[in-house]
Ligand binder design. Structure first.
Ligand code: MF3
Ligand code: CO
Length: 290
């Protein structure tokens, strides 16, 4: 870890001397590190002013998803959702983070039924009664990133699919109970996994959450097949997403060979996902985007 001298200014931007600011905090992290735990470095611990700017980005992200939730219905195309997301984000001064991200061609991901994630909007894909659809929105505002997604039930959805959608949401709140400083990401991951298993569903292993804020995807990678007491130490100022993908059948997935993006369940059964962006605070967590 890169540490200032005792009398130098603290790395956190407070303007205080290091010895009067984050010195004890850094030493506490080092104690975990010498014990062999994975720990965050300063590049992924956000300062107060960075947190403020990331929250401003999230205000747009939330507003976009609120608009989608008020207007989504049977008969519209996923391309229409893409243009809502695109237009609102630019109007509010942001840029849709998915657009051109590693070649992604659209401004939002729309994943329906057996699509696990990274569905590409198209004028040919029309939402129909009974569909369950994930809309995953990510915003870049002046270089600060936010990311969250919600599920939508279109018209009359089967009880079975409704239960899947509910469990995918509930498991996030089970995981959140474990988000606190000086705990481990694996505490959260195991809580999500235990809950999902108890419902008879499975959790996708290969795709997970991520650190976010100064980049769209930062360390750490956030797994939901992790174990209590493992994975990265959580400390105040870390921001990451919780976005487990929950399959009604088994956990196996495959990637669309033609577009290289869209992920499907291997068995063709439905999958559901909600995503929140969370900040680790001094005494727990704060949800930044949902
Ligand atoms: N929330 C998704 C993720 O973090 C958003 C993906 S956007 C894409 O993976 F451009 F990568 F598809
Ligand atoms: Co994400």
């Amino acid at each position: 870890m890169d540490k200032p001298g005792r009398n130098d200014e603290c790395w956190c931007g407070s303007g205080k001397k290091y010895k009067k600011c984050h010195i004890d905090f850094d030493e506490k992290i080092e104690e975990f590190e010498v014990q062999g735990f994975e720990v965050p470095d300063h590049t992924i611990i956000k300062t107060k002013s960075q947190i403020e700017k990331i929250k401003e980005s999230a205000v747009i992200n939330i507003a976009v998803l609120d608009y989608v939730s008020e207007h989504i219905k049977a008969g519209i195309s996923t391309e229409e959702i893409n243009s809502w997301v695109n237009d609102i984000t630019y109007k509010k001064g942001g840029v849709p983070a998915p657009l051109n991200y590693e070649g992604f061609p659209k401004s939002v991901c729309t994943s329906i039924n057996n699509e696990v994630c990274h569905g590409i909007p198209s004028k040919d894909i029309i939402l129909k009664d009974g569909d369950i659809v994930n809309v995953d929105v990510s915003t870049n505002l002046n270089g600060y990133y936010s990311d969250s997604s919600r599920m939508f039930c279109i018209g009359n959805v089967s009880e079975e699919n409704k239960a899947l959608v509910k469990a995918a949401k509930d498991c996030i709140y089970e995981g959140l109970k474990q988000v606190k400083p000086w705990g481990f990401l694996g505490d959260m991951g195991q809580a999500v996994n235990d809950f999902i298993k108890s419902k008879g569903y499975s959790v996708v292993r290969e795709v997970g959450g991520h650190g976010i804020g100064l980049e769209f995807h930062e360390d750490p990678w956030v797994s939901y097949v992790s174990k209590k007491g493992t994975e990265m130490l959580m400390v105040p100022g870390m921001i990451f997403t919780i976005e487990p993908m929950i399959n009604m059948g088994d956990a196996d997935i495959y990637v669309d060979e033609e577009n290289g993006w869209t992920i499907y369940t291997r068995d063709g059964k439905p999958s559901a996902q909600w995503e929140i962006q969370v900040l680790v605070t001094d005494d727990g967590y704060e949800i930044i985007s949902y």
